[in-house]
Design a protein around this ligand. Structure first.
Ligand code: 13P
Ligand code: SF4
Length: 330
């Protein structure tokens, strides 16, 4: 069967919008009516007039649309989970708070901020405490807003993002479970010990290799990379910000080496673009979705079976929406 042709036919027939993140396989990405970074996808999928959304991405992305627009039916072609989002659940969130409470920091003096790469249940815990969601493209703004509260920021789950933005703001950061508790208590931004295994693949040796080979090369990376990588980079940004910088702000002759997911880097420019790794840094779960899965998701709308529909508990929606709305308001 020619899945591409069938998908195009079904799309025309059904009340559906296909949303695709930049890390999707090329053939799936091409089918997206809406493409973008996490923030753009959340905003534009919410605003879409379709009753049905098919989200080609990972679970937290589809969940965020469901939380903000519960009246929509959100389907995932594959139930794929972001490995980093899986590193924290409500229990771990509360355990970390308890460590801080035991060290003398009260909950009323803590403002939690969760990276959007987290479950709706974790976002709900953050919402209950008056905290915010942020993405890689608005973290600076959201953390700055959070600091106005005068409270300590508890940043979950990505320690790299938390530390990188703290450095950019010249603030002190630490990681619960890694740094000693006195350092943790003396920090402005206290990070949870989570990370993205894909963005951990980029090393200082990789940067040195490219800099030696092409002395004028630009290093552009995602803020989920380790601090030592981000500190050596010439440009740091979300997926959309990286794309804009590389395709619009530097000349086509300028060599650039990019530290983010392979599928996206591979389709950036025909020449002078390198992947900052000797491995192929693919996000395994983003790569799970195939054209056949997308076709099956559309068929399930046509048949009325609505396979892999995202369901979020009403109570979770209520509080997760508070944290997401606070982000959109900033
Ligand atoms: P963006 O918000 O930059 O698209 O990042 C999402 C992500 O999961 C990066 O690994
Ligand atoms: Fe999650 Fe990392 Fe994949 Fe992004 S690249 S979706 S953070 S596992």
């Amino acid at each position: 069967m020619n899945f591409k042709e069938e998908i195009i036919k079904l799309k025309e027939k059904l009340d559906v919008t296909i949303v695709a993140h930049f890390y999707q396989k090329d053939e799936v990405f091409e089918m997206g009516d809406i493409v973008g970074d996490s923030l753009e996808l959340a905003k534009r999928a919410m605003a879409s007039e379709s009753k049905n959304i098919i989200f080609c991405g990972v679970g937290f992305m589809g969940e965020s649309v469901k939380v903000m627009s519960p009246e929509k039916r959100v389907l995932m072609p594959k139930i794929a989970c972001c490995a980093m989002a899986k590193m924290i659940d409500v229990e771990y969130f509360q355990e970390n708070l308890k460590i801080l409470n035991d060290a003398g920091l009260k909950n009323e003096d803590i403002l939690p901020i969760t990276y959007i790469n987290s479950s709706a249940a974790v976002k709900a815990e953050v919402g209950k405490m008056g905290g915010y969601v942020c993405t890689s493209s608005n973290a600076f703004k959201i953390i700055s807003k959070g600091l106005e509260s005068g409270k300590k920021i508890f940043f979950v789950p990505d320690r790299c993002l938390g530390q990188n933005f703290a450095n950019q703001m010249k603030l002190k950061s630490s990681v619960v479970g890694i740094d000693n508790i006195d350092d943790v208590m003396g920090s402005d931004i206290i990070c949870y010990n989570g990370f993205c295994s894909v963005h951990q693949l980029f090393t200082v040796e990789d940067i040195e290799f490219y800099k030696e080979k092409y002395p004028d090369i630009i290093v552009a990376v995602h803020p989920e990379c380790d601090v030592e990588i981000v500190n050596r980079a010439d440009f740091v940004g979300s997926t959309s910000q990286l794309i804009k910088f590389i395709t619009q702000e530097i000349s086509p002759e300028q060599k650039v080496v990019v530290g983010t997911e392979y599928n996206m880097v591979n389709r950036l420019r025909p020449n002078n673009t390198y992947v900052l790794s000797s491995t192929k840094p693919e996000c395994p779960t983003m790569n799970e979705t195939t054209l056949e899965d997308l076709y099956n998701a559309l068929k399930s709308i046509e048949n009325g079976t609505y396979d892999n529909e995202i369901q979020v508990d009403e109570e979770v929606i209520k509080y997760a929406k508070i944290a997401l709305t606070r982000m959109f308001e900033v």
